[in-house]
Design a protein around this ligand. Structure first.
Ligand code: UGY
Ligand code: MN
Length: 247
């Protein structure tokens, strides 16, 4: 339901942003057809990553040619047939793919209403290392670990932590009351989407109520902290840049 009298929880600042579903406006993205695409995070706001929410109609498709951009995709609901280079698999909710730079990817035959969150980033090669490999996976097959030993905050790491990979994508699940153990301040940037539940996100010196569907951008060194609230676990998917020297 739209918020009244021009009110919104959205905030777009120079170092962090919150975009809620009520703010979404579609844009057209080359290669994506029969679908809506909402670019919730992008270099246009100062980010080094693009985060795009794609909602497919039946008969929709995505066909993205190889370039210097790599793409991670996570199926939030529905499903479709995904190919990354020569690899192909049907992915349902919780399925994900990683397409390295220099390889193309496609999604075909989506169920009506299939939603996919994409994180796209220009690849930064590492001297002496080759390109990362394509991946088709499922969150149900990824073991979670208590974050810094806290069973109320479960972390699943979806991509290999190998030097070839310059991006990570993780899933966090918090029990109600679970929280990040301290206020993080770090060089890595985040793009994030709330998958379920609700809570409060501290971003720099502001505290925001957030819930399923909200997207957040955190610039490098943006102070960040989260506490889950409500009756059900709060879950979010997030991106970070990793494995590259600061200079
Ligand atoms: O991986 C992270 O930096 C993570 N703990 N940050 C976050 O959830 N805001
Ligand atoms: Mn962090």
């Amino acid at each position: 339901m739209p918020e009244l009298f021009g009110h919104t929880r959205a905030h777009v600042g120079t170092r962090h942003a919150l975009i809620t579903p009520g703010n979404h406006v579609n844009s057209s993205v080359p290669g994506i057809a029969g679908a809506t695409a909402v670019v919730v995070v992008s270099p246009a706001m100062g980010a080094g990553v693009a985060q795009v929410l794609v909602t497919f109609q039946s008969g929709g498709s995505a066909e993205i040619a190889a370039s210097d951009v790599q793409t991670f995709g996570y199926v939030m609901g529905g499903g479709g047939s995904v190919s990354v280079g020569e690899k192909k698999r049907r992915l349902g909710a919780g399925g994900y793919f990683f397409c390295p730079a220099g390889t193309g990817w496609a999604l075909a035959a989506p169920k009506k209403g299939t939603q996919v969150t994409l994180f796209q980033k220009k690849y930064v090669p590492l001297r002496g290392k080759g390109a990362p490999r394509p991946i088709l996976g499922d969150q149900a097959r990824v073991k979670g670990t208590p974050f810094l030993g806290d069973p109320a905050a479960n972390l699943q790491v979806l991509l290999p932590d190998e030097p070839e990979f310059d991006m990570a994508v993780n899933l966090f699940a918090y029990q109600p009351g679970g929280h990040l153990p301290f206020v993080e301040v770090h060089i890595m940037e985040h793009g994030l989407v709330m998958l379920s539940g609700e809570g409060v996100y501290r971003l720099e010196d502001s505290w925001y109520p957030v819930r399923a569907g909200d997207a957040i951008w955190m610039a490098p060194y943006c102070a960040q902290w989260f506490v889950a609230m409500g009756k059900v676990p709060a879950r979010y998917l997030y991106y970070k840049d990793v494995n590259r020297p600061p200079l």
